[in-house]
Design a protein around this ligand. Structure first.
Ligand SMILES: [Zn+2]
Length: 569
């Protein structure tokens, strides 16, 4: 700043002003974004940033930043003419400078302009100086009007909101806060392709039944850098935010700070470039509801208990707790997994001390004994296997159609004798016939592979070897986790509740009214139906299957280990 002067704008300096409140820090990246935007803005005006001033954690509310902070120092220097006239102070948006009440905000802006400092606002790509600052008046007067209407705290946000709304109406990005998968460039939102990919993956995985924790782990395992610089880890709570952020469908929802303001705020559709379809977004919101109400199993790595939220104790009505005692050296054999009444277990009054062998219950579902649930379908294996070859089959079919059409055309030309060179025509026809033959063969092969894949999926043994059998599988495998979640969701849609009564009697009550009863190692299907002739409800009982702790395919694998006892008291 020493060798200054002569012509105003030649020696003009550019200062980037960065302010971060703790709020924006939570989403991280705010600092980098503001600096980048300022650099770019400066470059566009033929300037380079000479100095970056930052107030981090300083609130612009009540002008703390313009009094004590870096902004205050800057103002003093500008007033004392230490900073060259015509220099530019570059900020992301006006609310970075001040969130104070309108009159003070106006005063601050006027002070800056009076010191002949220009203000560059990157988010709306605009330079304010002594000539153009008047354009700001309508916005500020609108701020003032909004301010007089409600109490102080909400006033600020509302004022802010009104400003934003006015600018939004002009189709300009009005806020510094844009989702982390895009950035503001030249006053426009630009998607960051690799981040958009990640958002899409997060939605895809969640839609496949993979939990937030597992998604976060998968991203970490793949070494995908987290967007949050301060805490560079993928956290389930951030995955949650992404899954519920309406910005993915293009909506802009201003930050909510107080309850009163929340009511006043409305979302602006078609504000951001959308990256997720509204259908998928809405479906995800529905799924999250199911999960939030506590049916998705524990937050841990495994989805161990398919019966969570379904099983209850008939004595006290309490929930059944899942106990994994497969490796409990302190406990006498047999080691197994159990459902136990929480109250009974902790001696809190319930007299139901039965330990229900969990594998018996789960195998009843997984073995497909329960007619109402198509287990292969529920696990989503059909889809997985078929999708792979479907694309190829479709493509080959289209090519074959084309070859057929070509042949038909050529034949009709032959009939018309429209072509002079018959040899040329013959060659073309032969060529098309060859192509068609090859396409037919390839199509048959692709269909064969698709059918095989489907068959493999339907084959129960292979299906279990793929990892659905609950014991000895690596539950960290996301695919298995996803399958178990799907099965569990299917169960929840069909099963009303699972009653655990004393003496190890278990009843699975379907929503249809049918009940499956477990007694003495045997499942019985109990149905009630109306006999029309005698006009009475008749209860029919039929054998449904044996209770097993191990599925047939598992015997070979584990023949040397000890047999588990079926039921244990
Ligand atoms: Zn109980």
């Amino acid at each position: 700043m020493k060798d200054n002067v002569e012509k105003k704008h030649v020696s003009a300096k550019a200062f980037a002003y960065i302010r971060l409140s703790s709020q924006s820090q939570a989403w991280g990246d705010g600092e980098r974004r503001q600096v980048e935007a300022a650099k770019e803005f400066a470059a566009r005006h033929g300037l380079t940033i000479d100095e970056t001033l930052s107030d981090i954690g300083v609130s612009a509310y009540r002008s703390k930043n313009s009094k004590g902070g870096a902004l205050g120092t800057f103002l003093d220097l500008a007033r004392d003419n230490v900073i060259e006239k015509g220099s530019m102070l570059i900020v992301e948006s006006i609310d970075r400078l001040t969130r104070d009440e309108p009159s003070s905000a106006l005063q601050l802006l006027l002070d800056i302009i009076k010191a002949e400092i220009r203000i560059g606002i990157t988010s709306i790509n605009m330079v304010m100086d002594s000539l153009t600052y008047v354009a700001l008046f309508p916005i500020i007067s609108e701020m003032a009007r909004a301010n007089s209407e409600s109490e102080h705290k909400s006033k600020r946000s509302l004022a802010n909101w009104v400003t934003k709304r006015l600018l939004a109406a002009q189709g300009t990005p009005v806020t510094s806060q844009c989702p982390l998968w895009m950035e503001v460039k030249n006053g426009e939102f630009c998607l960051i392709p690799e981040r958009v990919e990640i958002v899409k993956r997060i939605y895809g995985m969640y839609s496949d039944g993979i939990g937030r924790g597992a998604i976060a782990r998968a991203l970490m395992n793949e070494g995908i850098p987290a967007w949050n610089k301060r805490r560079p880890v993928w956290h389930p709570s951030y995955i949650f935010k992404v899954l519920h952020n309406r910005a993915v469908v293009g909506d802009y929802e201003p930050e909510t700070k107080t309850k009163e303001v929340h009511v006043a705020q409305k979302r602006i559709p078609d504000y951001y470039p959308p990256i997720i379809s509204p259908e998928l977004f809405n479906r995800i919101q529905g799924m999250s509801h199911v999960r939030r109400t506590g049916h998705s199993g524990r937050k841990g790595k495994k989805f161990a208990n398919l019966f969570q939220g379904l099983a209850q104790c008939t004595v006290c009505g309490g929930t059944m707790r899942f106990l994994n005692r497969t490796h409990d050296k302190k406990r006498e054999k047999p080691w197994a997994m159990y459902l136990v009444c929480s109250s009974g277990l902790e001696k809190l009054g319930c007299q139901n001390y039965s330990w229900y062998n969990y594998r018996v219950l789960e195998n009843f579902i997984l073995a497909g004994t329960l007619k109402e649930i198509d287990i292969i379908e529920a696990a989503g294996l059909h889809r997985e296997a078929e999708l792979e070859n479907m694309d190829l089959v479709e493509k080959l079919k289209a090519e074959l159609d084309k070859a057929d059409a070509n042949i038909a055309n050529l034949v009709s030309l032959l009939d018309d004798k429209a072509l002079e060179d018959m040899n040329e025509l013959k060659r073309a026809l032969l060529e098309e016939h060859r192509k068609r033959k090859s396409l037919r063969e390839r199509l048959a092969a692709a269909r064969g592979v698709a059918a095989e894949a489907r068959q493999a999926a339907e084959n129960t043994d292979l299906f279990r070897q793929a990892g659905v059998a609950p014991e000895g599988i690596d539950m960290s495998d996301d695919a298995v986790y996803a399958r178990r979640v799907r099965i569990s969701m299917q169960m929840r849609s069909m099963i009303d509740r699972v009653d655990c009564a004393p003496k190890h009697c278990v009843s699975i009550r379907m929503k249809s009214g049918t009940v499956y009863e477990l007694e003495d190692g045997q499942w019985t299907r109990v149905e009630q139906r109306l006999a029309p002739v005698i006009n009475k409800v008749i209860t029919s009982r039929s054998f449904a299957g044996l209770a097993v702790t191990r599925l047939p395919c598992e015997y070979e694998k584990a023949s040397d280990t000890e047999e588990e006892q079926l039921v244990i008291v």
